[in-house]
Design a protein around this ligand. Structure first.
Ligand code: FAD
Length: 560
């Protein structure tokens, strides 16, 4: 059966009407359909499978959140409009996906709802225009960060963004774009000047903070995927030559709980805005720092391209190292520190002794980068190369996850660095326990932080006053699921609340969602106050009157 025929004869669950062909061109080539008969929900837990039927790929998926009736890959705005019109007629929802990196699966849906996949839609020559002198870039949202950052490097420009190569701009721009330039420049979304969408009526619109400030605000951080289909955005970019003299380093250490705590003690001082001796001292905007911890067996090359062999050789050749995994040559467990100092003005001077020398103490010479000379580096080199991973860092297992921010400015007193080091050690230390951690800890706060100072810039990203962001992703083999869940439960009991060791409130960034999938039950973990939530609900009602952009429950609900 040809794909066209298959599409034309497909039936949705809500009605038995055949799906119409939505444009003169075939809508998209891949896809997928799930007839009612195929919608078996009780698959064996680990048996996602693929089968071919004619030209149609059938996916058996174990996740019932991600079983749309149809996945459409539009070729242009007309196709998008046709899909929205079809969904309106059928009274079904459209889940919008670009990179598919929404942690809870909110860029998908369950049949009879359908998915619109923009991962390849807008990648033509007209989908990106750079006005370098004006510091503006118009780009489509269909690019993954790897490609996007390589483009920036080619043109010696940069902008803050996240670290994972396969995240796409479609979701990233709406969930913020948190990354290594968070303190020095703010979020990716802070740099947006215009957003191009196809709205619920299928009409292309360009939204700015001037022509529709409430919609602009809502799209940037309010409820991703639920106001319109974002196709392009225009962003402010920075030029390397305006930041000459900046530097950074990437240091790796063999993992030990004590080393982790020592490093976190330093990072906590930076976040608490005290100097090394504990005296009050604002952390200048110039600094960004991030700490990662990885269990063994990770694809270490993600972090140090081309150097993983060196690291393995170092480990193999030195039997005095602490905590060497017995399973070498599997990649070992490591701590990684990424640090950056940006020369923001010609009068800024860099003093390596303040933080950098402390953060690099005892790191591995053969693998760590630039920590000895601290040579000046192009900002575009660091952002496109050092601060973006070269391959996937996550483990190929299910996981328990939390990403939270802290409201504490005195984390030294709460003993958090010791607590978190112990919690991580519980997963990392035992051999062959079937658990694997990816932890990431980064200060975003302080008086001079641009993430904080960009509050009230017309975007809805929440928790601008927060200090540190901590992600704990614990991957588990099936037989270790119980251990992973126990570990997670204890973390959850102690981490936040009035007596919380990390935060007095449950504060989650939209980019790192986890847990409860019904947004209306947990909205106050993602948005700080009722005023904002009500505004977002009103905007949802206005821009999604028919529920076409409501394919699942992970969204700010429309006002009644
Ligand atoms: C391994 C991993 C690492 C990550 N690292 C970082 C990081 O370093 N920094 C950071 O800030 N975030 C990070 N994230 C989170 C990620 O940036 C967000 O989840 C982002 O929204 C993903 O965008 P996407 O297009 O890839 O995902 P998708 O799942 O396709 O989309 C995410 C959300 O945006 C909506 N959406 C997507 N495209 C469109 C569109 N074109 N129009 C309208 N709505 C759309 C979707 O409906 C969904 O709600 C990471 C996620 C993962 C899984």
């Amino acid at each position: 059966m040809s794909l066209l025929k298959a599409l034309a004869s497909m039936k949705t669950k809500s009605s038995n009407m055949p799906l119409p062909l939505m444009s003169k061109q075939p809508l998209c080539l891949s896809l997928v359909f799930t007839s009612i008969k195929m919608l078996e929900r009780k698959f064996h837990p680990l048996t996602s499978s693929l089968a071919l039927w004619g030209n149609v790929v059938l996916i058996r998926n174990r996740y019932d959140r991600t079983l749309p009736a149809l996945i459409v890959k539009p070729k242009n705005r007309e196709d998008i409009a046709a899909v929205l019109e079809y969904a309106k007629t059928k009274q079904i929802g459209v889940a919008i996906r670009t990179g598919g990196h929404q942690y809870c699966g909110a860029s998908s849906a369950t049949a009879p709802n359908i998915q619109l996949d923009l991962s390849k839609t807008f990648q033509g020559p007209d989908d990106r225009t750079l006005l370098r002198k004006r510091g503006l870039l118009r780009t489509s949202v269909s690019w993954p960060l790897k490609e996007f950052s390589a483009y920036l490097r080619k043109h010696r420009i940069f902008v803050p963004h996240g670290q994972c190569i396969a995240v796409h701009l479609g979701g990233h721009v709406q969930t913020g774009g948190y990354g290594q330039l968070g303190r020095s420049f703010g979020l990716f979304g802070d740099h947006v000047t215009e957003i191009e969408i196809v709205d619920h009526e299928g009409t292309p619109r360009t939204i700015s903070r001037h022509n529709d400030p409430e919609l602009f605000y809502s799209i940037l951080g309010g409820s991703p995927g639920n106001f319109g289909v974002v196709t392009h955005c225009t962003i402010k970019v920075y030029r390397d030559e305006d930041y000459e003299g900046s530097t950074g380093m990437k240091c790796v250490y063999p993992y030990s709980p004590q080393k982790l705590q020592d490093i976190l003690d330093i990072v906590v001082k930076m976040s608490d805005e005290v100097d090394a001796d504990g005296r009050p001292a604002e952390l200048p905007r110039n600094y960004d720092v991030c700490v990662s911890v990885l269990s063994s067996g990770n694809s270490f090359s993600a972090l140090f391209p081309g150097r993983s062999k060196t690291l393995r050789d170092i480990y193999n050749g030195d039997d005095k190292l602490p905590n060497i995994d017995p399973n070498l040559p599997v990649y070992p467990r490591v701590i990684i520190v990424w640090a950056q100092w940006v020369k923001l003005s010609p009068t800024d001077t860099f003093d390596r002794t303040t933080w950098f020398d402390k953060l690099s103490l005892g790191c591995y010479p053969g693998v760590s980068m630039n920590y000895m000379d601290l040579k000046p580096q192009d900002m575009s080199l660091m952002t496109s190369n050092w601060w973006v991973m070269d391959t996937v860092r996550e483990y190929p297992w299910p996981y328990v996850k939390s990403t939270r921010m802290s409201d504490k400015k005195n984390l030294r007193d709460s003993g958090w660095s010791k607590w978190i080091s112990n919690r991580i050690d519980e997963v990392v230390k035992p051999e062959n326990n079937g658990l694997f951690i990816c932890a990431q800890i980064q200060p975003f706060g302080g008086a001079q932080s641009m993430t904080r100072l960009n509050a009230n810039n017309g975007t809805a990203y929440s928790w601008r006053e927060s200090t540190i962001c901590c992600t704990l992703d614990c991957f588990y083999k099936p037989e270790s699921e119980g251990k992973a869940r126990e570990w997670f439960k204890k973390n959850e009991e102690e981490v936040c609340g009035p007596k919380g060791i990390f935060s007095t409130k449950d504060m989650r960034p939209l980019w790192g969602s986890f847990g409860e999938y019904n947004f209306s039950k947990v909205w106050n973990a993602y948005h700080e106050d009722e005023k904002k939530y009500k505004l977002l609900r009103e905007q949802r009602k206005k821009h999604d009157p028919n529920g076409v952009f409501t394919p699942n429950t992970f969204c700010v609900p429309r006002a009644d």
